[in-house]
Design a protein around this ligand. Structure first.
Ligand code: 3SK
Length: 515
């Protein structure tokens, strides 16, 4: 296997690779473009701002930013300085950020002006002291001591040399959600980023300098980070970024205005676009390939998409723990309805409850071995041991392999749901529903819509003499949890199925849904 050099800093690796492309466009966002030369210059200046403010090697910096040109500047600036960006979902609530700020003991925060109010609310709810706030595109007066990112970058001189990191040095964190408990701080290395580009971005997707990449998944997701940073910058391609939600109309607007050649989405997004009366004709776009991840792509959606646009959707599965896709279809070898075969460089094993490999045709728990696995979950030995088992990483998904070696998704091993490609814990939604004064009990499961995609459904028992409508309860959850977590369907029931010891039997509700 390739060995990376002893000194390896992924930001410096990308800058060196693209130095001959200084004037070439790296990013286009809603307001500006950023050349490869300017990307390096701004990132190294930001690295100097962090170092100058006393943020030291391996200290954590919360990165709570919308997808604009400032995001890659922030991420690569941190890597260059050897500090660890903790890239977080921009849709969460103050209590979520409060947990993350204190769990990662963020020394600094890099935040979009539009997200400053929620961050400030979070800061007051936790004890960790943040020494530096850097605000991208402020929308009003800055809090005392906070820096305007552009002004601070302009005033600083670029840091002269990258931090002397190595391939195994911690590079950044992403938070991964679980069915119970708090999100887990997943620690990745500089080398892991390199591996995802070498094993998947280049050989499977075949990305080149000529490509223009556009991802519906934002940069704070592991999927989006590869799609909009690691892969395109590893080949000198151009990336289209969009700060707003990836609705069909917002996506079509970028497809026709910026003419991306590769689009990265999730099944719900593809289904929504195909159902839209404003779906652009094939002649209006330049797509040569699409990628899908997040949940299994129903064959029918992929076939309808191909009939319309003439290009394949390459379906794959990855994880925050493995950083990107390890099992995938590939151009020229697409079998719709399956997740394809292991990406060369990764090994995949399907195991039964006894830990032994299951034969073809039998469902097993998916384990993966490959060089981009995370180091650990920060401060969580129990979950680290459950997931990272020596060279193998347990994915939490169930799969079946056919005699020709193609893998088909067979559900989750735990109760987690994936809705529009994002994990949702049924326990968190149930606990929130039960805070409503009219709710006695609730159980949340995933159910399939007409396109075969997962939607959350809550079964709710109301307290005697109390009343609530489904819309009341949906609004109640939306106010308290990130908006994507609310149950799309609510059914009132007189009681929930339970074991003799009182545990809710969600599988019974699932069976009932399936008829
Ligand atoms: O959801 C996925 O399949 C995925 C793909 C790439 C990177 C991360 C994830 C979770």
């Amino acid at each position: 296997m390739t060995r990376l050099p002893e000194h390896f800093n992924f930001a410096e690796h990308l800058f060196a690779l693209n130095r001959a492309r200084g004037d070439r466009m790296a990013y286009i966002d809603d307001h500006e473009t950023l050349s490869y030369g300017a990307l390096e210059d701004r990132a190294r200046r930001l690295a100097a701002v962090l170092a100058g403010a006393g943020v030291r090697r391996e200290e954590r910096v919360l990165l709570l930013m919308l997808d604009t040109c400032d995001w890659p500047v922030a991420f690569l600036g941190c890597l260059y300085a050897g500090v660890l960006p903790v890239a977080v979902n921009t849709l969460l609530k103050p209590e979520d950020y409060a947990y993350m700020l204190s769990h990662c003991r963020a020394r600094a925060v890099l935040v979009s002006g539009a997200l400053l109010p929620v961050l400030n609310d979070a800061m007051h709810r936790q004890p960790n002291e943040v020494a530096l706030q850097v605000v991208s595109q402020p929308q009003g007066p800055l809090p005392g001591g906070a820096l305007d990112m552009r002004a601070a970058i302009t005033a600083a001189a670029p840091l002269s040399a990258p931090a002397a990191t190595g391939p195994d040095a911690p590079g950044f964190w992403l938070y991964s959600s679980g069915s119970t408990g708090k999100p887990k701080g997943t620690v990745h290395t500089h080398g892991n980023l390199w591996w995802t580009a070498e094993l998947y971005g280049k050989p499977v997707l075949g990305l080149t300098e000529q490509d223009r990449c556009f991802s519906a998944a934002k940069l704070y997701f592991a999927y989006g980070l590869g799609n909009s940073l690691t892969f395109p910058l590893s080949v000198g391609a151009t990336v289209v970024l969009m700060a707003e939600r990836p609705t069909p109309d917002a996506t079509f607007e970028r497809w026709t205005r910026h003419q991306p050649t590769v689009f990265f989405g999730a099944p719900t997004g593809f289904a929504g676009m195909l159902a839209s009366p404003r779906l652009p004709p094939r002649s209006a776009v330049s797509l040569r390939m699409c990628s899908s991840a997040g949940e299994a792509l129903p064959a029918e959606i992929a076939q309808r998409f191909k009939a319309h646009f003439g290009c394949d959707i390459i379906d794959g599965i990855g994880s925050t723990e493995m950083l990107h896709i390890f099992l995938s279809n590939r151009p020229g070898d697409v079998r719709y309805g399956t997740t394809g075969k292991p990406v060369p460089g990764y090994e995949v094993s399907l195991r039964g409850e006894d830990g032994r490999e299951v034969p073809d045709g039998e469902i097993g728990d998916l384990y993966i071995q490959g060089p981009s696995a995370a180091l650990l979950y920060w401060n969580n030995r129990e979950k680290t041991r459950e997931t990272f088992q020596g060279a193998w990483t347990k994915s939490g998904d169930k799969y079946v392999r056919d005699a020709e070696g193609y893998y088909t998704y067979a559900g989750r091993s735990d109760d987690m749901l994936k809705v529009s490609g994002i994990y949702v814990s049924p326990f968190e939604v149930e606990a929130t529903l039960m805070q409503h004064q009219a709710v006695l009990e609730a159980a949340v499961i995933g159910t399939q819509d007409a396109d075969g995609l997962t939607k959350t459904k809550a079964f709710v028992v109301l307290k005697e003499g109390q009343a609530a409508t489904p819309d009341d309860l949906k609004a109640f959850v939306k106010e308290r949890l990130a908006p994507y977590k609310y149950p799309r369907l609510i059914e009132f029931v007189p009681e929930l199925p339970k074991t003799a010891t009182g545990k809710i039997q969600r599988f019974r509700l699932r069976e009932r849904e399936q008829g």
